[in-house]
Design a protein around this ligand. Structure first.
Ligand code: AGP
Length: 608
């Protein structure tokens, strides 16, 4: 996510901003900028790349005098990483300057209105719209202009704002993106997260939704969206700096698991409008969607597992044949790509060498390529014919969780869109699936809150030598991901297997006490799965099953059952994967592994 820092006080602002942004680097970013005001002029400097570039450009802030300022590290969402798209952003006469963390979902509509009123835009960002909208409503009262803009914006935002005719006042606004404020020894500070302020204070105020703060050197005044003054509690932060970067979580992986509800919401909400699935970035007309004859999905690792799940969803919902391939295999097998093929490249980083090579191979063979990518402006995003971003935010842990989850949502949206356009999903069916989709964030959160039970179970398997994950259909795809999570962070050998295949060889590995995790979320396959569970159990296996809350039948063939809430049969992966992520995580923690940076692994495999 983006990082925000703001300061007003007696000290020079620029060094404080740069130092605060450096404490937020863990949030992931691709450009940075600061604006400082000396009461006469607003100095602004912003640049692509690391904060080091900005520090060098400003001589560590010395070239930017002033005791009030705002700074920003940008994780690109709307508009690729560039100096122009970096924050802060000015209004037209540079009397208002803004930094923003979040996504303004209706920014295109607002941008159109402002353009019609003569406003000109220099960047591709949604944030610049905020600067001009403030300009439009500003009549000398910052609070009035801010609240009017808040009523017009849809989406999430944490804002830092300066008004040049109010040189002693810094404004902060929050809706859905985090923002905290506090006092320093000689002023006041705002930031996206605790690490940026810990050097100055452990007593902070967490701004809540639709609250505005006016900060001066001495005071902080809080208001609601109706401009009414409100009282706020101060929180004393106990964390150490290292823990603070993880938001109080022990590992980035756990923090990112807990960010999955928001990743799901942020990925689907901009694409559901008035009960319809709207995927503008797909770049395909309804006629082109109807003409799709085949979908090929090419990816690596967990992204490949998303493709394995997506096969069942596209074929089940939209009746489009799907072929799923490992990018490292696809790129060397001289693939046959037929007319009417839509090829999806799924990648969190957008830089995976095999996936990028597969994209180029596919395009050479005439395929239309859609990238499903989490990092805006990454190589795969830039080279694909079209790109559908997942809005999971930056993922720090090597083992993917929230990006994987967001990729699943992107697949569901595409499959629902294709099925509806191709007449295989009627309006009522679509509405029902959208309702189920909207329930997923809360259901995921509920499963995450079940973590202590999983941790206790995991502690019994810290010495395991082999763990099997079995499933049929979409549950086999879930098993693949559950097994990879276990392997890559706990170093315990694990294998995912199509349950129906066990009897063709692998069942010979089952011994007394071997742990077999059975995933059974597909009602039509319950009976088959239960007989496979009985097969392994009678040979000594300990069976942990992950199944739907109404499938109590599974208990007679399980030693331990984890239930997931009811959802559409095509969405069960999004729920069943949560206990499996937690299982792998707690086995790894129990074994003292470096969960966020597992041995031999990189977050993005940019080499073959
Ligand atoms: C998943 O936990 C692993 N980190 C790895 O399998 C990853 O999914 C794979 O390397 C693909 O990365 P990408 O999504 O960035 O292309």
């Amino acid at each position: 996510m983006c990082g925000i820092v703001g300061y007003v006080g007696e000290s020079q602002a620029a060094p404080i901003l740069l130092e605060g942004l450096a404490k937020l680097e863990y949030r992931g970013y691709d450009s940075a900028g600061i604006a400082v005001y000396d009461g006469v002029q607003v100095y602004m400097k912003k640049a692509m790349g690391r904060l080091k570039v900005l520090s060098e450009l400003t001589h560590d802030g010395e070239l930017m005098p002033g005791t009030i300022g705002i700074g920003h590290t940008r994780w690109a969402t709307h508009g690729a990483p560039s100096d122009t798209n970096a924050h802060p952003h000015f209004n037209k006469d540079e009397s208002i300057v803004v930094v923003h963390n979040g996504i303004i979902e209706n920014y295109l509509k607002l941008k159109k209105r402002l353009t019609e009123k003569g406003y000109e835009f220099v960047s591709e960002t949604d944030t610049e719209v905020i600067a001009h909208l403030l300009d439009y409503y500003y009549k000398g009262d910052p609070l009035e202009a801010i609240t009017k803009v808040m009523h017009r914006m849809e989406g999430s935002y944490a804002l830092g704002i300066l008004f040049s005719d109010h040189p002693a006042e810094l404004y902060a606004v929050r809706k859905d993106s985090p923002l905290i404020v506090g006092h320093t020894k000689d002023g006041s500070i705002i930031a996206s997260d605790v690490p940026a302020v810990l050097r100055y204070t452990r007593d902070v105020v967490f701004i809540q939704n639709e609250e505005i703060v006016r900060l001066t050197k001495e005071n902080m005044e809080f208001y609601n969206i109706d401009e009414e003054p409100i009282k706020k509690e101060t929180t004393h932060i106990e964390w150490d700096v290292n823990a603070a970067e993880k938001g109080g979580y022990e590992h980035f992986m756990l923090k990112e698991m807990y960010e999955q509800p928001k990743a799901i919401l942020d990925t689907f909400s901009p694409r559901i409008k008035d009960g319809q699935i709207v995927i503008e970035e797909l770049g395909m007309s309804d006629e082109e969607i109807k003409s799709i004859k085949k979908i090929m999905i090419v990816a690596c690792g967990s992204a490949y597992h998303v493709g394995m799940t997506a096969k069942y969803v596209y074929e089940g919902l939209a009746r489009i044949p799907v072929e799923v391939d490992l990018a490292s295999e696809f790129r060397y097998r001289d693939p046959i790509i037929e007319e009417g093929t839509l090829l999806l490249i799924i990648s969190q980083s957008g830089e995976t060498a095999d996936s990028l090579a597969a994209l180029r191979e596919a395009q050479e063979k005439g395929a239309r390529v859609l990238g499903i990518v989490n990092v805006v402006g990454s190589s795969i995003a830039r080279e694909a014919d079209n790109v559908m971003y997942t809005w999971a935010g930056p993922e720090i842990a090597v083992a993917t969780t929230k990006a994987y989850t967001a990729q699943l949502i992107a697949q569901y949206l595409l499959a629902m869109k294709f099925a509806h356009v191709r007449g295989l999903l009627d309006d009522m069916g679509l509405a029902g699936m959208i309702e189920d989709l909207k329930k997923l964030p809360a259901q995921v959160e509920m499963l995450l809150n079940n973590k202590n039970r999983i941790q206790r179970f995991a502690n019994r398997y810290l010495g395991a030598k082999d763990i099997f994950f079995i499933g049929r259909g979409i549950d086999h795809a879930i098993s693949l991901e559950g097994s990879l999570k276990m392997k890559e962070i706990s170093y315990v050998h694990s294998e995912a297997y199509a349950a129906g295949e066990m009897k063709h060889g692998t069942i010979s590995l089952i011994e007394e006490g071997t742990l077999v995790t059975a995933v059974l979320t597909q009602e039509a396959l319950y009976k088959k799965m239960i007989s496979n569970m009985v097969e392994v159990r009678t040979r000594g296996a300990f069976v942990m099953s992950v199944t739907n809350v109404d499938n109590t039948e599974a208990e007679r063939a399980s030693d331990y059952v984890i239930y997931i809430p009811k959802t559409n049969k095509y969405f069960t992966n999004s729920l069943a994967i949560i206990p499996l992520q937690l299982f792998g995580y707690y086995v790894a923690v129990g074994r003292g592994c470096d969960v966020d940076k597992p041995r031999n692994l990189a977050k993005s495999v940019t080499v073959e």
